[in-house]
Write a protein that binds this ligand. Structure first.
Ligand code: BTN
Length: 306
């Protein structure tokens, strides 16, 4: 109902009487008033005048009704420990494919390799529960697809020179703008769900982040709407998860990567591999040419360009 009231106020772009809203939505005027009160409490600047209501400003919060196509599968929290925790609970309870959990800030944001992900106000933090009909072996493609889709979204919607870095980072001008963490559960050899957690530095302060990172606000010199970015990404990501797109995702990813043909140092939980990144195979493994000329495959790790 909140979304429908906002639609009416946005379309009118001026004062709309409570009577018009109640007639159009088939609810009482008292109910309209209660919903408007609720919207105001959520940060919407709605002016009430004797002639009705006028929407002056909407907050940049991805409330479910703001990302309308996904509204029935969107969960928003102003604060949570980690969207990965909530998404895992929902996924285990059987939530539908493409359920999205987002948060204004996270108190225990998780990065890859057990690192923390600083999640201050202004960033975009969300996890998508994906239920692809694929064998476990192909599951990394879902993550490659996420970083590729995000880089393409940033390029098209924000006009920034976003590139992908192995395994699943998005970089602009040599600095990280987004990271992806995923968790998977499987039934025998089929994927039950993959929770793809994405953190994007949008309007948050990244000065404390190490190694140095960059935000969209810094690059553009102005704030960018998180709800617009999330909506754009979700529309594209849903399409990118079709089997045709997943089939060619590694090839497409390679066309937009900054990792290949570079000297790299890969830090895994066990060891460190140094050499030249020569290729990424169909399972997303990085092939590194070692100083002695031999090739080593790396499944997962943190990649530093040296
Ligand atoms: C990395 O680059 O190390 C991965 C960072 C992933 C961060 C996102 S923010 C949303 C989701 N919730 C988390 O706790 N982590 C992921």
């Amino acid at each position: 109902m909140k979304g429908r009231i906002l639609d009416i106020l946005r379309q009118a772009d001026s004062v709309v009487s409570g009577e018009v809203i109640s007639d159009r939505l088939g609810i009482s005027r008292v109910s309209v008033w209660k919903h408007v009160k609720g919207l105001k409490a959520l940060g919407y600047d709605i002016r009430s005048a004797p002639r009705g209501y006028r929407l002056v400003r909407s907050p940049d919060v991805p409330y479910p009704w703001e990302v309308s196509k996904w509204a029935d599968r969107m969960h928003y929290f102003s604060e949570t420990t980690s969207t990965m925790d909530t998404a895992r609970e929902l996924a285990r309870k059987g939530c539908p494919h493409f359920t999205v959990v987002s948060a204004g800030r996270q108190t225990a944001g998780k990065g890859r390799l057990k690192r923390k992900w600083l999640s201050a106000e202004g960033g975009l933090y969300f996890t998508v529960v994906v239920r692809p009909q694929i064998p476990v072996l192909l599951s990394p493609r879902v993550n490659f697809s996420a970083s590729l889709t995000l880089a393409r979204t940033l390029r098209d919607a924000c006009r920034v020179d976003a590139k992908v870095k192995w395994p699943n980072d998005v970089f602009v001008d040599g600095k990280k703008i987004a990271g992806i963490l995923s968790e998977m559960e499987a039934d025998s050899d089929r994927v039950a769900f993959i929770n793809v957690g994405i953190g994007v530095n949008v309007n948050n302060d990244v000065r404390e982040v190490d190694p140095p990172a960059v935000s969209l606000r810094e690059i553009l010199g102005r704030e960018f709407s998180k709800k617009v970015l999330l909506g754009e990404f979700l529309d594209r990501y849903e399409k990118a998860l079709t089997s045709d797109s997943l089939q060619r995702v590694i090839t497409d990813w390679k066309a937009l990567t900054i990792t290949l043909n570079r000297q790299v140092k890969i830090v895994t939980l066990k060891d460190t591999v140094t050499g030249t990144a020569v290729d990424v195979d169909e399972n997303g493994e990085l092939i590194v040419k070692l100083p002695d000329g031999s090739l080593q495959r790396v499944v997962y790790g943190d990649c530093f360009h040296v």
